[in-house]
Design a protein around this ligand. Sequence first.
Ligand SMILES: C[S@@+](CC[C@H](N)C(=O)[O-])C[C@H]1O[C@@H](n2cnc3c(N)ncnc32)[C@H](O)[C@@H]1O
Length: 524
Amino acid sequence: MSVESINSYDELPYLFNAMPYTQPHRIAAIAQLFGMNPPAPETARILELGCASGGNILATAYTFPKSRCVGVELSARQVAVAQQAIKELDLKNLVINQINIMDFDANAGQFDYIIAHGVYSWVSPTVREKILQICQQHLSPMGVAYISYNTKPGWNMRGTIRDMMLYHTQNIKDPLERVAQMRALWKFLADATQTGQDSYSLFLNEEFKFFANSEESYLFHDFLEEENNPIYFHEFVTQAAAYQLNYLGDAHLHTMLASNFPPEIAQTLELFKDDLVHQEQYMDFLRNRHFRHSLLCHQQVPLKRAISAERVTNLSVVSSLAEVQSTEIPQGKKCFINQSGNLVTDSPIVIAALTYLLEQLPRAVPFVELVEQTQTRLPANITADKEAIFNHIADIILQAYTKGLIELQVGALPFVLQAGNKPTVSALARWRVAHGLKLNNLRFENLNLEHPVVGALLPYLDGTRDRNALVTILEGKIADKSLQLNVKQAGQEIQIAPEQLKELLMQALEESLKALAKSALLIA
Ligand SMILES: C[S@@+](CC[C@H](N)C(=O)[O-])C[C@H]1O[C@@H](n2cnc3c(N)ncnc32)[C@H](O)[C@@H]1O
C-alpha cells in the first residue's frame, strides 16, 4: 500500500492478534545464541512500526509492565481502538502515535527492539527505506530489529493468484465485496481444475485449500492491496546492509539450518557454509518460501555464528514433547512427540528432563532449574554428576531447538500454573473477550477455549472473587438458563439433584481453572 492509499486499513482494519515470534523474549534468545548480549525485554524500550490496532504491542506492554513501548500507525480507526485498549487496561507503559512512518520523530531516542511485522513488503520503496533508516538510527547498540516480509520464490507463484484477483475485482470498491468476489473466482478456478494433475491445477487447488479459512481482512490486505512487493531474501539483506544493518538470523531459527534437510540435500547446502545468506537463499529456493521474519542488528556487533550448547544455559525452555507408545519405536528407546516433530532417545537424563518440562508446560523452565530437577528424577541405578547432566541437557536442548521442536526464551512470563484463592485471568485476555476478539494468552498465542463453564466464568475472574463467590455466579447462570451443565452417566444425560449442584459446579470450576492455567491465562 502506498502512503496515499493507507485508508484501506481504515476501511477494513487488520487482524487484531499478537504474534509469538515477534516478541522480544524470544528474539533475545536467538540473539544470545549468536553471541549477542541484548537488553532484557522486561525493562526494554520497544517500538512497533505499523502496529495496526496494537495486537502485538499491547500484549508486549501488558506482559512486561516495566518495559516502555511505542507504537506507530497511520490508520486513525485502528489507532482509536488501540487508544481505547490502553485507557481501559490502564497501560502506563505504552504510547501509540498516529503518524506516518515517514514522519517518525528523529528525537524519539533509542529502542532495544524494533518490530515491523507485515509492513515492509506492503509499502512503497520510500517507506521501506525509512523503516531501515529508523532501525539504523534508533536501534540501541545491542538492540535487535524484527522485519517480516513476503518473499520470493514463493510469492512469484502466489503473485499469479494476486494478479487474477486484482483483475477480477478492479471495478469493485467495497473491500468485503472484493474479498467475496475473490473467493468466488478462486473457487471457480479450483473447481474447474479439481481433477487436473498438471502443476497449475495442483497449485490452484492447494492454495485454495490453504487460504479457505483465512479471515477477510487477511485476504484483502495480502492479495488485494495496491502495494505488495515480495523480495528475495538476498535483496532484503542487501537493502539492510545499505543502512549498516547486519542479518542476525531468522525468528524461526530452525529454518536457517542445512542439517534440517535430508542428508543428501544438506550435504550440497554445506558447500555454501561460509556464506550464510547465499546458503539461506538456496534454502528458500528449495522450500519455495513465501514469508520471512528476519532479525537485524548493527553491523559492528560481533556475532558468533557457531552456536555452542553452553549458550542455552542462560535461557529458559518450553517443551510440549510428550512420550508416545508405538510398536515402531526401537527396543529400549522412548519417543517424544509434538506437532513439530519427534525426538527418540534412550537417555534417562533426556527422558527425565523432557518429562519435567511437560509437567511444567506452558511455563518456561530456567535451564539451571531443569538440570536440578532432572538430577532429582533420575532412576536410582543411574549415577551421573551434575556437570555431566548439565552438559548432556545443554546438548539435547540445543539439538531440539535447532530442529524447531522446543522453544527458548529469555526470562519468565507472568502466568501461574495454579489458581490462587481469588483466581485471576490476564486483564488483556478478559478485555479481548469482552470486545469480541479471539482469546490470546500470556504466551501471545490465539486460543480456542470453547468450554461453556470457562466462557461463563472468564469475565468474573478478575481477582475479586473466591471460589464460593464464583460458584454462586455459576448457580445464578444455571438458574437463568444462560449456562447448562450436562452430566452424563454411561453415555446418558442425567438430571442433577439440587443438592448435588453446588458440588458439581465446584468440580467444574476447578477443571476450568486448571484448563485456564494450562493455557497460560492465569496471573493469580
Ligand atoms: C499488515 S498490517 C500489520 C499490522 C501489525 N504489525 C500486525 O502484525 O498485526 C500493516 C500496518 O502497517 C500500517 N502502515 C502501512 N504503511 C504505514 C505508514 N507509512 N505509516 C504508518 N503505518 C503504516 C498499516 O496501516 C497497517 O495497519
